[in-house]
Design a protein around this ligand. Structure first.
Ligand SMILES: *Cc1c(COP(=O)(O)O)cnc(C)c1O
Length: 463
């Protein structure tokens, strides 16, 4: 990350580039070097630049072997084609690109239907750059609804300590007290009792996560809703739920149709999802939907007329490429309900079978089994002292696998886990290869005299 513009190597370095790129002018090749900190004086030929920048990007990891990320790393060529045609379209310019706007509207309707909105016509929603922006918008709506009650205290938001970092950002940016319910023993996410116990008259809402980032487990949304119903009966406090379905809102509708977590529960005011996670689109798209206009205070919706027409907007970003929205619509049309079910089921099948096989290797204990989100976390058994999860993560990296190791939040910071996210394209065959690599590594790890890797030098990215 560049936070300051220092004097970089390009000031002194000369030569070293590929002479074949220079055509007939070797002197030019000898001086060809990529600028790091300032613009070069003159333009360069496009093919040369393409080659040089591409070469440098070789150092990036292989996304298909990245079992850390939830974000889509494969789409079919037709989707690439469509996205390439749409990158130049500015999503926000609904007057110039009314059909892109129409595709966005259709996607919102499709999600309203998938999430069982009782009155789909009342639903209001939009695309965003991802779940983070979607959560900011949902949190703002909760805060605004609370502030209309005119209560004097400081607003708070109740959620498990396992929330994704975007909720901590929301609280910091919008000056809301984060009421993080700590983990306790083997309870790694929010429960109904704990949620209610943390609520008071200044609680703007409860965030329930469908698909915890830490271990892939679903929080019990229906139980939380029932407990908040009971709280309302007892005290009159009417506290809405926002469901952070970044991953699970695109899994549960297809694989757990009987699980009630969505707008079937009257207390659920809003839901977000990441189109670029199990929505199966490349990075850059999320969605947020409110049950009805009462859940989204109208002051948050701005009407702008700069671009001709009168356009309501309630996202944080203004300009944004239209490609992701077109790709989301493509994916909805392409797969349909049955296609989505098949893709998500395949991920869950790989996750559950891989989890079982890892458990049967011997040294590991599963925290989750991959049967909710196709994601599971595991740790080493207490008797394993020769190595720890950080060693496993580091050694797997030698083969190109990115399997993050990290410690749990407050109260369970003693617990360090590995987590595997099974995504579309991570096949049983690739899972076999991972098991082979793990099996080959274990005897070496078992010969260590103790854990070698320091947690702070291991792969930490796990969001
Ligand atoms: C990934 C994730 C987010 C953030 O989503 P982005 O789309 O990456 O902005 C928020 N909440 C949960 C539960 C997540 O898994």
């Amino acid at each position: 990350m560049v936070l300051h513009a220092g004097k970089g190597k390009d000031a002194t370095r000369r030569g070293g580039s590929n002479p074949m790129l220079a055509g007939t002018d070797p002197a030019y090749a000898a001086n060809l070097t990529l600028p790091h900190n300032h613009l070069g004086d003159d333009p360069l030929p496009p093919d040369t630049v393409l080659q040089l920048v591409r070469d440098e990007l070789l150092l990036d990891g292989n996304a298909r072997l990245n079992l850390a990320t939830f974000v889509t790393t494969w789409m079919e060529p037709q989707a690439h084609e469509l996205m390439a045609e749409c990158v130049a379209k500015n999503m926000i310019d609904k007057d110039e690109y009314p059909q892109t706007a129409e595709l966005e509207r259709r996607c919102v309707n499709i999600l309203a239907d998938l999430w069982h909105a009782p009155d789909p016509a009342a639903v209001i929603g939009c695309s965003t750059t991802g779940s983070s922006e979607a959560c900011m918008l949902a949190g703002m709506a909760l805060k605004r609804r609370w502030s209309k009650l005119g209560r004097p205290g400081r607003p708070n938001l109740v959620m498990g300590a396992n929330v994704q970092v975007c909720w901590e950002k929301f609280c910091e940016y919008w000056e809301v007290e984060p009421r993080l319910v700590p983990m306790e023993g083997d309870r790694f996410h929010l429960t109904a009792d704990e949620a209610v116990a943390h609520c008071d008259e200044n609680t703007i809402g409860v965030v329930a996560i469908l698909g915890s980032t830490f271990d892939g487990s679903y929080e019990p949304v229906a139980e939380i809703a029932a407990a908040l119903d009971a709280l309302q009966d007892r005290t009159g406090l009417d506290i809405p739920i926002h469901v952070d379905g970044a991953s699970g809102a695109m899994i549960a509708p297809f694989l757990d149709p009987d699980l009630e977590w969505d707008f079937r529960l009257p207390r659920v005011a809003s839901i977000n999802t990441s189109g670029h996670k199990y929505g199966l689109v490349y990075p850059g798209v999320g969605w947020v939907l409110w049950r009805d206009r009462a859940a989204l205070p109208s002051e948050l919706v701005f009407n702008v007329n700069y671009l001709g027409g009168n356009m309501p907007t309630f996202a944080l970003n203004f300009s944004r490429p239209g490609a992701e929205v077109a790709a989301q619509y493509y994916t909805f049309v392409r797969l349909g309900r049955e296609g989505f079910r098949a893709v998500q089921q395949a991920c869950r099948d790989v996750a559950t079978s891989l989890a079982e096989r890892i458990a049967s290797l011997g040294p590991f204990r599963l925290l989750t089994a991959g049967d909710q989100l196709p994601v599971f976390a595991f740790t080493t058994k207490p008797e394993i002292t020769a190595f720890d999860v950080f060693c496993v993560s580091r050694r797997l990296r030698e083969r190109g696998w990115l399997v993050p190791a990290y410690t749990f939040p407050e109260n369970r910071t003693d617990l360090a886990v590995l987590r595997i996210v099974c995504r579309n394209g991570f096949t049983h065959d690739l899972a076999d290869l991972l098991i082979q690599d793990l099996t080959r590594l274990l005897p070496e790890l078992e010969q260590q005299s103790g854990p070698l890797a320091k947690p702070e030098t291991s792969t930490a990215f796990h969001h």
